[in-house]
Write a protein that binds this ligand. Structure first.
Ligand SMILES: NC(=O)c1ccc[n+]([C@@H]2O[C@H](COP(=O)([O-])OP(=O)(O)OC[C@H]3O[C@@H](n4cnc5c(N)ncnc54)[C@H](O)[C@@H]3O)[C@@H](O)[C@H]2O)c1
Length: 258
C-alpha cells in the first residue's frame, strides 16, 4: 500500500496520534499513514493482539505503542489513555475515533441486542473516548493544540435498508461531531468527521454478496474504496493543512450517495 511511499514533507512529525479500532481495516490504514506522516502512533483495539498486529506493520522509528482499549467501557478507555500518556511521556494530541461494528436486520426484526451493539460501540464509545482524550489533553497544558477525526459513514446521512441501528449510530456521530467541534474549538481542539462509502475491509466482507453487489451498482466510480484512500483524508484533517476546517463532514465515497 501507499503508506510505505515517501512524501516530500511529513505533516505530523512530533505528534502523538491515538487510533481506536486500529487493528483492522480503515483503522489499520490510518495507523500506517499517520506513522508515515511522522506521528508516533498509539494503536488501540479491543484486544491487545489486534493492536500489536498493526504495530508490527508500522514504518518509521517513532516508538509506536499498542494498547488494549474497549471503547464501550469507561474504565478501559481511561486506563488506555493513561497508559498511552505514560508510555509516550505526554497525552495524544491527535485522535481517530474509528472503532466500529456493523450488526444489521430489518427494523421489524431488530432485537435489543442488535440495536445496543451498534449504539454502544459506534456512538457511546466515541463519546467516552472523545471525553477522555480531551480531558487528558486539556489537563496536560492549556497550550496543547489537538485534532479529532470521527469515522462516521455515508449511511449515517442516507440511511440504508436493514441497517436502522447502524445508520442511527452513524447519524449520531455526525451531529456529535458538530457539537464537539463548536464546544472544543475555543480550547484549540478541532473536530471533523469523515463519511466513508463502501470500503473494502473485513466489515464490508461480513455483508452478503447480494448486499455488496446492490451497493456497488450505486457507486459512481464502480468500485469499493480502499482503506488507505480513507486514511489519506484522515491524515489531512488531523494536520495543520486543514487548519480552517471545523465541524466538517467529508464524504469519501467514490460518488455513492451524492
Ligand atoms: N468498511 C466500510 O464499508 C465502512 C463504511 C462506512 C464506515 N465505516 C466505518 O469505518 C470504521 C472502521 O470500519 P472497518 O470497515 O475498518 O471495519 P473492521 O471490522 O475492519 O475494523 C473495525 C475495528 O474496530 C474494532 N472494534 C470493534 N469493537 C470494538 C470495541 N468495543 N472497542 C475497540 N475496538 C473495537 C475491531 O476489533 C476492528 O479492529 C467503523 O467505524 C465503520 O463503521 C466502514
Amino acid at each position: 500500500m501507499s503508506a510505505s511511499a515517501t512524501t516530500s514533507s511529513c505533516t505530523l512529525t512530533g505528534k502523538i496520534a491515538l487510533v481506536t479500532g486500529g487493528g483492522s481495516g480503515i483503522g489499520r490504514a490510518c495507523c500506517q499513514v499517520l506513522a508515515r506522516e511522522g506521528a508516533r502512533v498509539v494503536v488501540t483495539d479491543v484486544t491487545l493482539q489486534a493492536a500489536k498486529h498493526t504495530l508490527a506493520l508500522l514504518p518509521g522509528g517513532q516508538q509506536h505503542v499498542a494498547v488494549a482499549m474497549d471503547v464501550r467501557d469507561r474504565r478501559s478507555v481511561e486506563a488506555a489513555m493513561k497508559s498511552a500518556q505514560d508510555q509516550c511521556g505526554a497525552p495524544p494530541s491527535l485522535l481517530v475515533n474509528n472503532a466500529g461494528v456493523l450488526a444489521f436486520a430489518p427494523v421489524l426484526e431488530t432485537n435489543d441486542d442488535t440495536w445496543q451493539k451498534n449504539i454502544d460501540v459506534n456512538l457511546t464509545g466515541l463519546f467516552l473516548v472523545t471525553q477522555a482524550f480531551a480531558r487528558s489533553l486539556l489537563e496536560y497544558g492549556k497550550d496543547s493544540k489537538g485534532a479529532i477525526v470521527n469515522i462516521a459513514s455515508i449511511l449515517g446521512k442516507t440511511g440504508s435498508l436493514e441497517m436502522s441501528s447502524y445508520t442511527a449510530s452513524k447519524g449520531g456521530v455526525i451531529t456529535f461531531t458538530k457539537t464537539c467541534a463548536a464546544e472544543l474549538a475555543s480550547k484549540a481542539i478541532r473536530v471533523n468527521c469523515v463519511l466513508p462509502g463502501l470500503t473494502d475491509t473485513p466489515m464490508l466482507a461480513s455483508t452478503s454478496e447480494e448486499m455488496r453487489e446492490n451497493f456497488k451498482r450505486l457507486i459512481t466510480l464502480g468500485r469499493f474504496g480502499r482503506p488507505e484512500e480513507l486514511a489519506e483524508v484522515v491524515a489531512f484533517l488531523l494536520s495543520e493543512r486543514s487548519s480552517y476546517m471545523v465541524g466538517s463532514c467529508v464524504e469519501v465515497t467514490g460518488g455513492y450517495g451524492m
